[in-house]
Design a protein around this ligand. Structure first.
Ligand code: CA
Length: 228
């Protein structure tokens, strides 16, 4: 896995290069946007970590140019805690962003999460169809999940979680995988969050149709699965 790190601040760059190499990533460091674009054109990278404030052009500009010919995952580093940077960065094709100061571990975790997401999506963007005879079904237009035809009252996260399950019945998901799928910022929450949400989902299922709470099963030491 080859990573291009574009960062003009030596202390930040050194720390990140070291952390990524420790995780066995093959890292190349570029100091300027121009250098980064040339390096990527010569031999494309699998991942780009991109500082927004660079000496020759902004990271946003570099991202735009990379996107003209590449779908490489891009993680922005930004010094400013501005919503503007974030929105702009994601609009022009970045995959995620981290605000300085950050820990190298946080960066490594984000890189892994983005890679998992992008590799998981690679074979087909379209989710598998949900069996209409399944006890839980999805009404796409109203963005509701139905239990035996009756709509469940769910929060946004409960909805996203349950949708992950019902799209792949019988598949066991670890808490990490569920965080990655149902949260935009998985770093901000813990495994326990998943447990708490599963508990409320089960309670809602039970109150709508007793017995259906057992559709979401616990696999001890592994995670959870939807077993229709
Ligand atoms: Ca900078």
């Amino acid at each position: 896995m080859r990573i291009l790190l574009v960062e003009d601040e030596p202390s930040i760059a050194d720390t990140l290069v070291y952390a990524l190499k420790t995780e066995r990533f093959d890292v190349r460091h570029a100091l300027t946007g121009g250098d980064a674009l040339t390096a990527h054109r010569d031999r494309p990278f699998d991942f780009v970590i991109l500082d927004i404030g660079l000496p020759d052009m902004t990271g946003l500009e570099v991202c735009k140019r990379l996107r003209e010919r590449s779908a490489v995952p891009i993680l922005f580093l930004t010094a400013r805690d501005g919503e503007l940077d974030r929105v702009l960065g994601l609009e022009i094709g970045g995959d995620d962003y981290v605000t300085k100061p950050f820990s190298p571990r946080e960066i490594v975790a984000r890189v892994r999460a983005i890679l998992r997401r992008s590799q998981g999506e690679a074979p087909s963007k379209a989710p598998p169809p949900i069996d209409p005879d399944s006890p839980l079904t999805h009404d796409e237009t109203s963005m509701r999940i139905l239990c035996r035809g009756e709509a469940l009252e769910l929060t946004a996260h409960e909805y996203k979680l349950l949708l992950v399950f019902i799209r792949q019945p019988n598949r066991v998901y670890t808490r990490d995988q569920l965080l990655d799928h149902a949260w935009e910022d998985p770093g901000a929450v813990t495994d326990r969050t998943i447990d708490a949400h599963i508990k409320t989902i089960r309670a809602k299922l039970r109150s709508l149709a007793p017995g259906t709470e057992e559709l979401i099963q616990t696999r001890r030491g592994l995670g959870y699965a939807y077993v229709p």
